[in-house]
Structure formats: structure tokens, C-alpha cells
Write a protein that binds this ligand. Structure first.
Ligand code: COA
Length: 321
């Protein structure tokens, strides 16, 4: 028995922020952003839009495309580090927006690894028989925790959501999944305060994502190379068995360095950050959905999903579509 993706969906807010727009906000240039990150534009949520709104839109598309009756869904897991509110969780909020109730719905906070963590969990629910139809979402409004006066970070982060519906199947779907984390790196990428570290009423206008970009870059490349090699070895595969590689979309130079070390040719690597920026937990499902819509990823293809994010957290999923 496997868990198989039966449909995907994604959603990007209509407000597009280009590198040229950013040139007007901070001391940067389109050339610097493109050459150092690969990003050209990104979507930013409207002030009234929350993470659950974005996740709901992506879920709706996945449900419509799947042809299922929405009442078949018996599990919702959302990966996000920008929840609407500390509680209730985004999974429960989306459950209510879809018009469903009476089954587990929760969100998990593993930063950019949120979607891969959620897929891993949903796979376990399905293999145990506890779920027959799981809705897995990655959704973020990173613009809300980004300092728009800090050129080191504001050129990178963005908003969006992606979703996948998983069902049990006798045909191969998820053939491998493994997660990891190392909290020793927590000072390289973090938000200084939360509900527990500093009471909400004392939080001022300085609670933005902090990052030591250079150091994150180096650990990301090393970790992603090593976990991909370990994963492929564990399933007796080589990079030649992979039809498509969807790494977390943070920086094109990280992706190129990792693909080169893994001997995965450029034509098999999905790059969506050019138009999306880094949307954290939403980046992989957005890239997956976009590639399916564009006709690149087809039924029967083997896809390697790889995440890396604050914590640090990381994860791998190898899946047959
Ligand atoms: N525009 C112009 N110049 C900028 C800039 C910007 N937006 N941001 C930084 N710079 C400057 C720096 O101040 C520095 O100037 P200096 O040499 O005078 O000190 C110079 O560019 C080089 O900075 P550096 O940080 O070494 O650049 P980099 O090549 O490492 O690129 C990142 C910076 C952030 C793009 C890159 O380190 C990165 O992507 N890191 C990983 C981030 C990541 O993946 N985060 C999410 C993980 S999930």
C-alpha cells in the first residue's frame, strides 16, 4: 500500500512585487537580486488576506481537480510558520472554510520544511489506515514577518500556497520519506519573539525574520547534498532514476550547487523561485503544481522533493506521480 497524490492546487496573491519595485524601497538593484538569488518577482498578499485564505484557495483548486466529494477528506495538515493567529490552528480554520468538520485538522511549524513534514505525516496516517483521503497544504504570508527596510531579507521572501490530496493506492506513490532537524543552528534563521518569548502586548515593530544568509547558504548546500545521497541509497536508486528534482526554492545558486553535486542535469530541476521568491512551506507544493500544470511532470514520473529551513529542519520525499 502507498499514499498517492491524486490532485494538486496552488494559489498566488495577485499583487506582484518586482525587483524594480524593490529598488524603490531599499538600496538594491534588479541585477544584484537576479544574479545572487535568481528571483525576479514575487506575490504579496493583500492586507486583509491571511495564510488560511491562501491555503483555502489552493485546497479548493486541488479538490476541484481531484473529482472527489470534499466530504471524503478525513485529515488536513498544514505546514506554515506564519499562522493567522496562535490558536486556533490554520488546519482547523481551513477545515471550517471548506465546510468540513469532525476529523483531525492541524498545522505544523517546521519553517520551509513544513510541506515535506506534512506529507511525511499524512503518509503515516494513510499507511496506518487512519486516513483514506488527506489534504496536505503548505501556506505562508512571509511578507508579515519580513522587514521591508532590510535589503538582506526583503528581496527573498514572499507569499503563496500549494496543496495536494493524498489517497491510499496499490500503485507506488510515496516510495520514501525522511525528516531531520538540528536545533543547534537556530540562531542562523529566526524570528526573535513569539507568544511565549515576549508577551504579545509588549511586541514592538522589531519582530522580523533575522538571517545570517552566508552561513545558511553553506549549511543548506551541504545538508541537501548529503540527505539526497542517503535517501537515494536507501531506496537503491541513483540520480538517473529521478525524472524531476523539486528542491526548496530559496536561492538559485543553492539549487545549482546541490544539483551539480548530485549529478542531476539542469533540465530535470524545477525552478519556480524566479516568479515566486522564497515562499517557505508553500514553495515545494507551488513548484509541484506549476510543473504539473505546465505538463512537465506527468503520471508515472519519479520526483524527488527536498526541503531545508529554519531550525534547521530538512526532509526528503521520493514520490511516483
Ligand atoms: N542588494 C544589494 N546588495 C546587497 C543586498 C541586496 N539586496 N543584500 C546584501 N547585499 C550586500 C551585502 O551587504 C554585502 O555587501 P558588502 O560586501 O559590502 O558587505 C554583499 O551584498 C554580499 O553579501 P553576502 O551576504 O555575502 O551575499 P551572498 O552572495 O551570500 O547573497 C543571500 C546573500 C542572502 C542572497 C545568500 O546568502 C542566500 O541566499 N543565503 C541563503 C538564504 C536562504 O536560503 N534562506 C532561507 C533558507 S530556507
Amino acid at each position: 500500500m502507498f499514499s498517492k497524490i491524486i490532485a494538486t492546487g496552488s494559489y498566488l496573491p495577485s499583487n506582484i512585487l518586482t525587483n524594480q519595485d524593490l529598488e524603490k524601497k531599499v538600496d538594491t538593484t534588479d541585477e544584484w537580486i537576479r544574479s545572487r538569488t535568481g528571483i525576479e518577482r514575487r506575490s504579496i498578499a493583500d492586507p486583509q488576506q491571511t495564510t488560511s485564505d491562501l491555503g483555502y484557495e489552493a485546497a479548493k483548486k486541488a479538490i476541484d481537480r481531484s473529482g472527489i466529494d470534499k466530504h471524503e477528506i478525513d485529515l488536513i495538515i498544514v505546514g506554515t510558520c506564519t499562522p493567522d493567529v496562535p490558536t486556533p490552528n490554520v488546519g482547523a480554520i481551513i477545515q471550517e472554510k471548506i465546510g468540513l468538520k469532525d476529523f483531525p485538522a492541524f498545522s505544523i511549524e517546521a519553517a520551509c520544511s513544513g510541506f515535506v513534514y506534512a506529507m511525511n505525516l499524512a503518509n503515516k496516517f494513510i499507511l496506518s489506515g487512519d486516513s483514506k483521503c488527506a489534504l496536505v497544504i503548505g501556506a505562508e504570508t512571509l511578507s508579515r514577518i519580513t522587514d521591508w527596510e532590510d535589503r538582506n531579507t526583503c528581496v527573498l521572501f514572499a507569499d503563496g500556497a500549494g496543496a495536494a490530496i493524498l489517497k491510499p493506492s496499490e500503485d507506488p506513490g510515496i516510495i520514501y520519506s525522511k525528516l531531520g532537524a538540528n536545533g543547534a543552528y537556530s540562531d542562523l534563521l529566526y524570528v526573535p519573539y513569539g507568544t511565549s518569548k515576549r508577551p504579545l502586548k509588549e511586541q514592538r515593530n522589531d519582530n522580523f525574520l533575522q538571517m545570517k544568509g552566508n552561513e545558511v547558504f553553506k549549511v543548506a548546500v551541504k545538508t541537501l547534498e548529503s540527505i539526497a545521497k542517503d535517501s537515494l541509497k536507501e531506496v537503491n536508486m541513483t540520480s538517473e532514476d529521478i525524472d524531476w528534482f523539486i528542491p526548496h526554492q530559496a536561492n538559485i545558486r543553492i539549487i545549482q550547487a546541490v544539483s551539480k553535486r548530485l549529478n542531476i542535469p539542469e533540465k530535470k530541476v524545477i525552478i519556480s523561485l524566479t516568479d515566486h521568491g522564497n515562499t517557505s512551506a508553500a514553495s515545494i507544493p507551488l513548484a509541484l503544481d506549476q510543473s504539473i500544470r505546465e505538463g512537465k511532470i506527468k503520471t508515472g514520473d519519479t520526483v524527488l522533493l527536498q526541503s531545508f529551513g529554519a531550525g534547521f529542519t530538512w526532509g526528503t520525499v521520493i514520490i511516483k506521480i
